[in-house]
Design a binder for this molecule. Sequence first.
Ligand SMILES: O=c1ccn([C@@H]2O[C@H](COP(=O)(O)O)[C@@H](O)[C@H]2O)c(=O)[nH]1
Length: 278
Amino acid sequence: MTDAGGFAGRYREAVAARGRLCAGIDPHPELLEQWGLPVSAEGLARFGDVCVGALGPTAAVIKPQVAFFEAFGSAGMAVLERVIAGCRDAGALVLADAKRGDIGSTMAAYTRAWLGDESPLCADAVTASPYLGFGSLSPAVAQAAETSRAVIVLARTSNPEGAGLQLAQAGGATVGQTIVDDAAEINADGRATVGVVVGATRAHGLDLGALGGVILAPGLGAQGAQAADLPDLFRGADQGWLLPASSRGVLRAGPDVAALRAACEATRDDIETALTGV
Ligand SMILES: O=c1ccn([C@@H]2O[C@H](COP(=O)(O)O)[C@@H](O)[C@H]2O)c(=O)[nH]1
């Protein structure tokens, strides 16, 4: 798969049609129970089917949290493969939230798993940790650029524990800002190959103006962030690239497919209203 505009065109098309929401699929054991499902690979599969049916045709971007599938071993990963394929077939972009990061040679193997056309886990984008050095992500960035996909790197995460590392000074800027700047440099070609994670849970202090890529902003709903916070938090950023994310806040509306879809649409509408003022 190649196209001249890279990931940027596919992403802009998806959010223009469906709005700015990344809907998370996080099958917490508590949610399986709340949905009346067994905490087993079978329950996970039924949870996944409902999510694909409800969110696949509605959300611009769907973010399965890989950890909740891994917890069930190979059976869980088989479910994840079906969820990824089902959401992509329904027209959503899939962002695998795997937060991979390792030395370059191992990163190349992770890249084959999450961004390789031949892989059953192949997604449109994957989250990555740049804390072995931004350059260690080069295999993923190169593969993403070549195949019109994206790598979304952790810059300023939504959890309070991230501050010590991400706000540390590194050569006149915070560590988080150096990640954003490294991403912006790659995105100067207009392809939006590298996005960043910036939590919506607190002021981040980053200059995102030159990023030119997705700003994944988790924290809406269960972590306490609200759509109304977004315009101020992301003032100065190109809000066309802002992609607020919610998992449990939407998933709690299940297991009824129509109710889950309505919760996804309502969250998306709140975000669009907050960002556009209409
Ligand atoms: O900084 C980060 C990076 C990733 N996440 C992930 O997003 C979802 C949030 O789930 P909620 O249920 O909406 O709280 C989850 O998969 C996290 O691993 C994040 O929260 N913060």
